[in-house]
Ligand binder design. Structure first.
Ligand code: ZN
Length: 279
């Protein structure tokens, strides 16, 4: 039987990319850039999990209603897309509260089950964030990037498949933990772990390699795809960034939506909460 995987979209604006320098802009493209993704998901009859930035929801309430009405999962990607490392516990609580109240204004009472930190910004420096998520009633987190390849994020040695996450050490499993972690799942080749199923990695790697690698992952386990609307839109403004930041942020945007569609055609997907059997 073909294995089922989990599909997630981080719904944020083009200026929320990790290397764009933190400047916000009055130019919004979230609704326009998300529409083709919603159309593709409808076409292939796939439901996904949307981790949404609260301020994007505030500015695009119709988009949020449309995502919800189409049967996708509504999850949280903080209110302002500030890295959780930079928030501290009181501000993190505030972000979750603001997110909750925006969503209630738009959708009424909806139970939030899933959270993803901006730029995978949860690791052993801020395990308090996991406790806060559990306090707020979240049932799973998808913020652990279990390898160190990016200078900003990643923690070596964390599990590469869903587990009940310890609030003391994110690399450890704790059967009593109220929170399930769905970490990013890399391709493992010998001792090498290579991220292939999301964001920059999906944009820069050639499609035949991604296809081969994902089929290989599926021989032993499922994987979790993450994608951003700005990654698939030709209209994403290109900031004048230093070369490294520019490549990471913008390489492959013109072909990203095609790659995304290819994945929908060749693999089976579902919402993260349903994958985890959560109600
Ligand atoms: Zn993000």
């Amino acid at each position: 039987m073909e294995r089922i995987n989990a599909l997630s979209i981080d719904l944020e604006e083009w200026y929320h990319t990790e290397l764009a320098g933190g400047e916000k802009s009055s130019f919004s493209q979230a609704t326009e850039a998300t529409q083709p993704i919603l159309d593709l998901l409808d076409r292939y009859q796939i439901k996904a999990s949307f981790f949404i930035v609260g301020e994007v929801a505030e500015q695009n309430p119709d988009l949020i209603r449309s995502i919800f009405d189409r049967g996708h999962e509504i999850g949280c990607h903080t209110f302002s897309h500030t890295l959780v490392w930079d928030l501290g516990e009181p501000l993190f609580r505030q972000e979750l509260e603001r997110f909750q109240s925006v969503m209630e204004r738009i959708l009424g009472k909806v139970k939030m089950k899933g959270f993803r930190a901006p730029c995978f910004s949860i690791d052993n420096r801020n395990t308090w964030a996991l406790r806060v998520l559990a306090d707020f009633g979240y049932q799973y987190d998808a913020s652990i990037f279990p390898l160190k390849i990016n200078p900003l994020y990643g923690i070596r040695g964390a599990p590469i498949r869903p587990y009940r996450i310890s609030f003391e050490d994110v690399r450890k499993e704790d059967p009593q933990s109220p929170l399930i972690e769905f970490p990013f799942c890399p391709l493992t080749l010998w001792k090498l772990k290579i991220p292939i199923s999301g964001g920059f990695y999906l944009r820069i790697l050639p499609l035949p390699f991604i296809y081969w690698g994902l089929k290989r992952i599926n021989r032993s386990q499922s994987f979790l795809v993450y994608f951003h609307p700005w990654e698939g839109s030709e209209k994403t403004p290109r900031l004048k960034l230093p070369l490294y930041n520019r490549v990471i942020s913008y390489y492959g945007i013109s072909s990203a939506l095609k790659k995304f569609e290819f994945l929908l055609q060749h693999f089976r997907f579902m919402r993260v909460d349903q994958f985890l059997g959560l109600r």
